[in-house]
Design a protein around this ligand. Structure first.
Ligand SMILES: Nc1ncnc2c1ncn2[C@@H]1O[C@H](COP(=O)(O)OP(=O)(O)OP(=O)(O)O)[C@@H](O)[C@H]1O
Ligand SMILES: [Mg+2]
Length: 458
């Protein structure tokens, strides 16, 4: 499939264009090259560029002059200005006219890659910020938590309490129990739902970028940091920062996070002074944080600072009373225009199932049952995986207790178990992660760690 994002290169140096195209081949964006300012403007009239590499010397104009007309057509584009001259004048001019960053020719391809990746990321974050404003209203409706009068009654009370304060909240619970749903509910039921809700998944942020993504950086903070970069903390100023998978945040950044929570000030990477910041932090994890504290992988002081309010979401198998209401709600959510029937017998089977992937698994099963139905009645129980009672806490997976298996190092055991799970779920990462009771991002990291490079992920 053709990527939907584009990098536009406006440069009359055909050799440079070819090497950029070649270098960025197989990336998640398309690289388009044009040789003149006119062609660049024409392209932006009919298409949308996320990032533009703009050369200073073009046959029909000066690159710096092109910044404003390009931005008039592609308002959200991030322009990286390229100057072949040692003088900074052109770059300064371009930055004044709205360019996002600049590079000088000749440049290392890695330097170019860093600048392009950062520009795409900024464009994406800005879009997220705008979308967040636009969708505040819709999101408020999505902060519906089914089970508030049943299995989540106690949680619902805590959500109301948390929504009324700015104190940090720690949400724990197995994968798929609804931690994201609860985090949103806390924000959108608060006094000002129009303030930003920024979702930062610490497990998904690349390790080398996590610090600047969270805390931002100043110009010149590190090689390639040509422009000031606003971090997710700043984007959440006045609202809520949801630190998902908080257990994945590296130890050296935990102290910095603690400092922000304690002092309410943020210092960007490479910055000299801190600025006041008003962010309510909601953190979530499906990791055993207490154990991580014991093992010195998570700072004890940060753990206590984050868990001023603590919400633990019970697994679905411990609140089977919610399954009927959840199923009806999810069925309507998946197929709003259909009048679907879920027979009582089906419901009983669903209630007896251990749901290792919790509500997410229930949703997936219902989705598949709706797609596969022939009439108006759905039979989700036929799609349930036949399982050993591996789901309950403390239960032992069949592989681990097989007497014929020699005692293997834990690491090898984990690798074997992952390989087995991948095969069982046809290499579908989402379902494999669910069955293993870990986040998808954790699974991807483990695949990397065990040199089980993802094949065709689904
Ligand atoms: N109480 C609920 N009411 C309605 N929908 C729910 C509820 N709990 C979970 N869901 C739905 O189940 C799915 C999984 O929920 P969510 O992403 O919040 O889980 P999670 O605990 O954050 O999982 P993970 O640990 O894997 O990140 C989502 O589609 C969510 O909308
Ligand atoms: Mg989550």
């Amino acid at each position: 499939m053709k990527p939907s994002k584009s990098l536009l290169v406006i440069d009359d140096d055909k050799g440079f264009c070819a090497s950029v195209r070649d270098f960025f081949r197989d990336r998640e964006f398309t690289t388009v090259t044009v040789q003149s300012g006119r062609e660049g403007l024409d392209w932006c009239t009919a298409n949308r560029a996320e990032v533009i590499l703009l050369d200073q010397k073009l046959p029909d104009c000066e690159g710096a002059q092109l910044c404003a007309p390009l931005l008039a057509k592609c308002g959200e584009a991030k322009i990286i200005f390229i100057t072949a001259y040692p003088s900074l004048d052109h770059a300064v001019q371009a930055l004044r006219r709205g360019a996002h960053d600049y590079l000088s020719k000749p440049m290392e391809l890695m330097e170019l890659q860093l600048a392009v990746d950062r520009a795409f990321r900024t464009a994406q974050l800005e879009r997220v910020e705008q979308l967040q404003q636009l969708h505040t209203h819709r999101e408020s409706r999505h902060s519906i938590m089914i089970g508030e009068s049943g299995g989540l009654l106690g949680i619902a009370r805590l959500v109301e309490l948390a929504a009324a304060t700015r104190a940090p909240v720690l949400i724990t619970g197995e994968t798929g129990t609804g931690k994201n749903v609860v985090a949103k509910a806390i924000h959108y039921r608060g006094p000002d739902p129009s303030t930003p809700f920024v979702d930062a998944n610490c497990g998904a942020l690349p390790e080398n970028l996590i610090e600047s993504e969270l805390f931002g950086h100043e110009r010149g903070a590190f090689t390639g940091a040509h422009a000031v970069h606003k971090g997710l903390f700043e984007m959440a100023d006045g609202g809520t920062l949801f630190l998902d998978e908080i257990g994945e945040i590296p130890l050296h950044l935990q102290a910095k996070l603690l400092g922000i929570l304690d002092h309410g000030t943020l210092r960007r990477l490479g910055g000299e002074t801190g600025a006041r910041i008003d962010v309510r932090v909601v953190a979530a994890t499906n990791m055993d944080l207490e154990k991580a504290v014991e093992e010195k992988k998570f700072r004890e002081d940060l753990y206590y600072r984050l868990s001023v309010l603590r919400l633990h979401l019970p697994p679905l198998r411990e609140r089977t009373g919610d399954i009927e209401e959840l199923s009806r709600y999810l069925m309507k959510d998946i197929a709003p225009d259909q009048e679907l029937i879920l027979p009582d017998k089906e419901l009983h089977t669903l209630c007896a199932y251990p749901w290792p992937g919790n509500v997410r698994e229930l949703k997936n099963i219902l989705e598949r049952a709706i797609i596969l139905r022939t009439g108006g009645t759905i039979y989700p129980s036929r799609l349930l995986e036949p399982r050993a009672p591996a789901a309950g806490p403390g239960a032992t997976a069949p592989l681990a207790c097989s007497p014929s298996l020699p005692i293997l190092p834990l690491d090898d055991m984990e690798r074997l178990h992952i390989v087995k799970a991948l095969a069982a779920f046809d290499h579908n990462h989402t379902r494999t992660a669910e069955a293993l009771g870990i986040a998808r991002s954790t699974l991807l990291r483990k695949l990397d760690q065990h040199c089980l490079k993802p094949g065709d992920s689904k």
